[in-house]
Design a protein around this ligand. Sequence first.
Ligand code: ADP
Length: 365
Amino acid sequence: MSKVELRNIAKIYDGATKVVKDVNIHVDDHDFVVLVGPSGCGKSTTLRMIAGLEEVTEGEILIDGVVVNDQPPKDRDIAMVFQNYALYPHMTVYENMAFGLKLRKYPKNEITERVNDAAKILGLEKFLNRKPKELSGGQRQRVAVGRAIVRKPKVFLFDEPLSNLDAKLRVQMRTEISKLHKKLKATIIYVTHDQTEAMTMGNKIVIMKDGEVQQIGAPLNLYNNPVNKFVAGFIGSPSMNFIDGNLINKDGLSFQAEDNSSISLSGKSFDFLSNHLNEKIVMGIRPEDFKVDSNQFTGNGSYINAKIEVVEPLGNETFLYFSIKDTQLIARVDSATKIEVDEMLKLHLDLEKIFFFDENEIRLN
Ligand code: ADP
């Protein structure tokens, strides 16, 4: 069993700024938990507190039910993989992987067995006698993972392990780490700023902003049910469109955008909006929920009149860019759709798929 629990964790550096605030996270056995958020939001600091590399200012960290706040890193039975791999340049791949075990005085035959096992799992058998500088970025990353695997730790911590790799290798290593998670039945806590990594790798995602947890949930749960505008905009690529405006009741409920164009909301009950009439609100709609053809959805529809400014044909899909006042919006449509720049288009939207946020960015529906 390998469970990690963070209870009301806070971190204050230099007795001044609180960079992590009241963080509560449960990591269950075999969980792959991804901490994700923009740079500087406190992800690494949180991970480093779990590892024991940073002191906890407030709250408790428990591993398998035991408070570890005062335990040094070496006693926590945790292995960490860093962004820069932190390999010893003068040691071979074998020695790099064996190093932690030697330090812990494992018998020689067990070290050999564990290193060979890890090398096999990671496809590193051919490279055991090479030095790190004789390896590609992806191979170095695998050695760093191997060094963690040989320890058979309770918990693996990954700190942005793929950010130094090129895009193609990143996608490949993503699936390798996911497979490894299944194979080893490992418990993993993984930090990244990349929402795609979070969505594709984690079974549980923790979204952070300014040191605070915004929402915790399964990837599709966050995608479909974001609690606020930040989460709605962070998860999904291209990001959700946001249109500033207010609600008016003129021949039925409408959303009036900043340029005074209005989007009719009649046809679906929006009872939760009745308290927000004439208030500033933000409407959110994902790029894929705009449809050129109104027959493409079954719910009640409405539409926006859009003048298409840019057309980006990507082969498998096409992105259409248009604006409402100064706000750039994007629609993601079928690649078979033939649209010209400057074309005026009715972009249909499914009223079941739109979100509303109040002035404090809290989701209303
Ligand atoms: P992230 O991993 O999300 O990019 P970090 O956890 O590295 O964010 O940092 C969170 C905040 O704490 C940042 O504002 C950063 O500048 C600050 N910070 C990180 N380490 C230290 C430190 N040793 N001393 C002072 N401030 C730090």
